[in-house]
Design a protein around this ligand. Structure first.
Ligand code: ATP
Length: 367
């Protein structure tokens, strides 16, 4: 019996959920709310608890404590099949002896959906996913990307409002992965699916997510849009995890010589600066060049300031820096963190120092 309102039917609420394996907390008092129609990505390094959280939402595992609600109802006692969800995993788990259409229709047959409706849904979903010409083939006659689409079609045809995915693109080559990201996002938006997607690939997270849930050691570090987690990391962990290369973290005392540092930043704080926000300035703290990587459009400049190694991204059209150069950054773009707790200090957001400094090299700034 379905009692929840349509707008909350696909909402997932995780409240204070822990999962212990012996002494190890795979999840430690995690709380998060995933809204209907959102593409939410669980992102974090290996072992941070992403898959554990997904398996608990799916009902494939049971939490040690805490509550999971789907559509407002506590699903603690419900089996996976009673949770109104579909799932797509890294291994597609297609039946090798069944054709593509039989694979896609398998779940509907088990649920005894009548034949005419099955056919109608098959044509709609297979049409949408470009699978019509492949319906009579066996999985062994498909490419990896085609197999992945079949696995996805099998989830979509169930018309369940929530789809849980665990690294579904990780077996594909880079080109196919890029295509599938676009395709997957388009299908999710078209159908208004609530998707919870596990990955450690931040490109997938940045390109597909409405909301990224950054996890570390069984806890949530930050929940935010891709822009939030990139531009305003809530912790030094997120700052160092998101971005390629990640945000540089300087002890504030090493930047004390810069007119760009807001006056009330304490010397014991950490100042985070993205590689693309750094530049060679007329004056400022002196950095020593250690290497340059040419990437075509950009150069990645490795350098050292005090005891900190950092990376600066400069346009390839700008002259490479000298062996010693003054470091500047885009005014107001710094993130300031408490060095002891790693937490972002929001009072320094968007704050520029009263003085400004100029870039030494303007050659890349075309009018
Ligand atoms: P990955 O990206 O490597 O899959 P993950 O973020 O999905 O990692 P989980 O698989 O959720 O991580 O594991 C979280 C922690 O719980 C890890 O330390 C892992 O070793 C531990 N763990 C997971 N499942 C079990 C289990 N069945 N028994 C014991 N420990 C487990």
């Amino acid at each position: 019996m379905e009692t929840a309102e349509p707008q909350t039917r696909a909402r997932i609420e995780v409240e204070n959920v822990s999962r212990l394996f012996g002494q190890t907390a795979a999840l430690d008092a995690v709380s998060v709310r995933l809204e209907k129609g959102d593409f939410s990505v669980l992102l974090g390094p290996s072992g941070c608890g992403k898959s554990t959280l997904l398996r608990l939402i799916a009902g494939l595992d049971r939490q040690t404590s805490g509550t999971i609600r789907i559509g407002g109802a506590d699903v603690g006692d419900r089996s996976p099949s009673a949770r109104d969800i579909s799932m797509v995993f890294q291994s597609y788990a297609l039946f090798p002896h069944l054709s593509v259409s039989e694979n896609i229709l398998f779940g509907l047959k088990v649920r005894r959906v009548d034949k005419a409706e099955r056919q109608e849904r098959l044509e709609r979903v297979a049409g949408m996913m470009g699978l019509m010409p492949l319906l009579s083939r066996k999985p062994s006659e498909l490419s990896g990307g085609q197999q992945q689409r079949v696995a996805l079609a099998r989830a979509v045809i169930s018309e369940r409002p929530i789809c849980l995915m665990d690294e579904p693109l990780s077996n594909l080559d880079a080109k196919l992965r890029a295509d599938m990201r676009v395709e997957l996002r388009a299908i999710q938006q078209k159908l208004g699916l609530t998707v919870v997607y596990v990955t450690h690939d931040q490109i997938e997270a940045m390109t597909m997510a409405d909301r990224i849930i950054v996890m570390n050691q069984g806890r949530i570090e930050q929940v935010g849009t891709p822009e939030d987690v990139y531009a305003r990391p809530a912790t030094t962990f997120t700052a160092g995890f998101i971005g390629m290369p990640p945000m540089n973290l300087f002890p504030a005392r090493d930047l004390a010589g810069s007119p760009l540092l807001p006056g009330d930043v304490s010397h014991s704080h950490l100042v985070g600066l993205r590689p693309e926000d750094l530049f060679v300035a007329e004056s400022g703290p002196e950095a020593q060049l250690s290497g340059i990587e040419y990437l075509g459009a950009d150069r990645l400049v490795s350098a050292r300031l005090g005891a900190t190694n950092f990376v600066m991204r400069t346009p390839a059209s700008a002259a490479p820096p000298a062996a010693r150069f003054a470091l500047g950054w885009a005014a107001g773009r710094q993130s300031v963190f408490d060095a002891a707790t790693g937490a972002r200090l929001a009072q320094f957001d968007q704050l520029s120092a009263s003085t400004s400094t100029t870039k030494k090299d303007h050659t890349h700034e075309t009018a």
